[in-house]
Design a binder for this molecule. Sequence first.
Ligand code: SF4
Length: 339
Amino acid sequence: MASTDIQQQIRKGSEVGGKTYAFNESHPPDRPAQMWFQQSDEGLILFVVFFTQACRWSRCLGCNLPSTGSIRHVDYRSLIAQIDHLFDDAQVASRSADIRKLIVSNNGSILDEGTFSSTALIYLMARVNLNLPKLSTISIETRLEYVELSELEFLARAIREGDTPTALELAVGFEAFDDRIRNQVFQKGLDLSVFERFIENVAPYGFRVKTYFMQKPVPHMSDEAAVADIHQAIDYLAVMARRFGVTINLHLNPTYVARGTPLEEAFRSGDYSPPRLRDVARAALRAEDQPIDVFLGLYDEGLAVAGGSFVRSGDQGLVDVLEKFNQTQDYRILRSLVD
Ligand code: SF4
């Protein structure tokens, strides 16, 4: 599909989603949009967000991630320069032997070849094998409509050629479990039947699955309803993990008020407040003794409006405790916050 057609899709999605943000046309095309380190029980994680043409879907209610991308196409040469920049970065180079997981994002879909070049993806796999000798997992963020099994098989084969066995993880945005909230209010465009077919298809290959959820993603949702929605998600994913034998991670992002979205309007008119961190602990606690892992996303990527973060004044201690949970999966830590 031509880049101009994709531009139209992005503009249409933004309009349907009531978005008022601008895209980021001033970002140097040879630099990733963002990169940072995280610690989890899997070890050191490097998270990279490549700078590409924005997410084609663009309509999800509380999401302004497309504002970090360009409305225009970013070609493969620029993406290759971004990949070189990533591995030449002094911090990445000095910690490369400790990095156990790489999360690859473009705040959209890495498997959408219209916005993320296939040439660049192959180059990325080569640099991963050359530069990250201890990598155990590479995680690729994508919407499900871009998943092709033959492409996944090829990628998995390529990363198996690295120095250590490396698993492929597909990271999929779910955001809300309730069907009405997910598809009618949040406009995610993801049916459970599509997700279940995907799980069934990837299970025989041993690919892992990460699901992104947002706690309290829409206005007019009580804190109790938000916790209950995550509990239902955990119960559902536990059933999927058992039925198909797939390793599933639930990545729980407390919602922040993203600028330029309908959530910002609701926040300003008093119809929305972000979830409280103790409720996030309460929600995640449901996964204790279930066959899924939980990671708490405690970083708003600098995209929240002033006062719209889930980290309120005086909350830094709570964030530090929740980070410890991420590093240990020790549920006593969560229990200590809710008892
Ligand atoms: S949540 Fe994901 S799919 Fe939806 S608009 Fe944001 S980046 Fe696109």
